[in-house]
Design a protein around this ligand. Structure first.
Ligand SMILES: [Zn+2]
Length: 307
C-alpha cells in the first residue's frame, strides 16, 4: 500500500556552492570560532594566536617542537602489529592498520626517538592520535618499553607525550598487558634514578591514563586537555549523578592534584628542560651546544647530577 511506502522521492540535499577559498588554507578555531590562517597556526605550534586553543599535534610535529634544531634519531621504526587475534569489526583490523599507515606515514601510533631537549640528551616517545585514535597496542607498548630500557642503558631521562584514546581493543588482552609492562619498565627507570616526565595532551584517556601517563615524576598537562579514564557519559550513567563543570579537563585535574602543572605548548619545551634539570639531568657535553646556549651549556659536576 502506498500509505506505508514512500512514493515520492525524499528532498535532495542542496548542492554546496564551491568555495572560492582553497581547501585547507584557513582553519576554524574550536575555541573562539574565528578563522585562522593555516600558516599562522603552523608558526605558533598549532596554538590559536587569538584565544590560545591548542589544536592537536602529530607525533612528528611534537618531536620537531621538542628537540633542538629538529634533530633526532628514531628507533624501532619497523615494528608492526601482527594482528594476533585476526580481529574484524566493521572492517578487518589489518585493513584499518593499512589505511592508518597510508594516512599518517607511520607503522603504529607512536614515534620513539632520542635527541636533545635544550641540550639534555633525552629519549622521547610521542603518540599520534591520527593512527587509530592513538590507541595503545602491542607495538606502542613494546616501543615505549624499549625506549625506557634504552634510557636506562644510556643513563638519560625519558619524556612520553601521551595522546591516546586508550588501549587498542583490536588486540584485546594483549593491549591491556602493555599497561603492566610499561609500568614495570618505569619502575626500573625509577630504581636507576632517572627522571621521567609525562606530557598529557588532548586526549589522554583509558588504559594510557591508567598506566604510564600518570606515573611521571612530573605530570605536565596542556591547557584544557581531556584527561581521564572512562568517558563522562559512562561515569554519569554508572554513578547516576551529574558531573561537575569542567570535569576531566586539565584545570580541574590540577585543582584536584592529579596533574602537577599546566603549561602552554609554546612554553612546553622550556618547562620540560627545567623539570629535567631540577631532577638532576645535565646537558650533554657537546661543543656546538655549550657554545650556543648560555643556560644549557653550564657544566654541572657529576656529584651534583645524581639525586
Ligand atoms: Zn581561537
Amino acid at each position: 500500500m502506498a500509505w506505508f511506502k514512500k512514493a515520492r522521492k525524499p528532498i535532495a540535499a542542496a548542492k554546496e556552492k564551491a568555495s572560492r577559498v582553497p581547501e585547507g588554507l584557513w582553519v576554524k578555531c574550536a575555541g573562539c570560532s574565528q578563522a585562522i590562517y593555516n600558516k599562522e597556526l603552523a608558526t605558533s605550534l598549532n596554538v590559536c594566536p587569538k584565544c590560545g586553543h591548542h589544536f592537536r599535534l602529530s607525533a612528528l610535529e611534537r618531536l620537531r617542537m621538542l628537540f633542538d634544531d629538529g634533530h633526532w634519531t628514531e628507533y624501532d621504526r619497523g615494528l608492526v602489529s601482527t594482528d594476533p587475534l585476526s580481529f574484524t569489526d566493521t572492517k578487518p583490523y589489518r585493513v584499518r592498520l593499512e589505511a592508518s599507515t597510508e594516512q599518517t606515514g607511520l607503522k603504529d601510533a607512536i614515534i620513539v626517538a632520542s635527541g636533545r631537549i635544550d641540550g639534555i640528551e633525552t629519549i622521547v616517545s610521542a603518540m599520534d592520535y591520527g593512527f587509530i585514535g592513538g590507541s595503545m597496542g602491542v607495538v606502542v607498548g613494546e616501543k615505549i618499553t624499549r625506549a625506557i630500557e634504552r634510557a636506562i642503558e644510556r643513563q638519560c631521562p625519558v619524556v612520553i607525550v601521551c595522546c591516546s584514546g586508550g588501549a587498542r581493543m583490536m588486540e584485546g588482552a594483549l593491549s591491556l598487558m602493555q599497561m603492566a609492562k610499561i609500568s614495570g619498565a618505569l619502575a626500573r627507570l625509577d630504581r636507576a634514578r632517572l627522571p621521567y616526565v609525562s606530557v598529557l595532551t588532548d586526549p589522554t584517556t583509558g588504559g594510557v591514563t591508567a598506566s604510564f601517563a600518570m606515573l611521571g615524576d612530573v605530570n605536565i598537562a596542556e591547557p584544557k586537555a581531556l584527561i581521564g579514564f572512562a568517558g563522562p557519559r559512562v561515569i554519569e550513567q554508572t554513578i547516576r549523578q551529574k558531573l561537575p563543570e569542567g570535569f576531566q579537563r586539565s584545570e580541574f585535574l590540577l585543582e584536584k592534584g592529579m596533574v602537577d602543572m599546566i603549561v602552554d605548548r609554546r612554553e612546553m619545551k622550556a618547562a620540560i628542560a627545567r623539570a629535567l634539570r631540577f631532577m638532576g639531568a645535565t646537558a650533554a657535553q657537546a661543543p656546538a651546544l655549550s657554545a650556543t646556549s648560555g643556560t644549557a651549556g653550564t657544566a654541572v659536576a657529576p656529584e651534583a647530577a645524581s639525586r
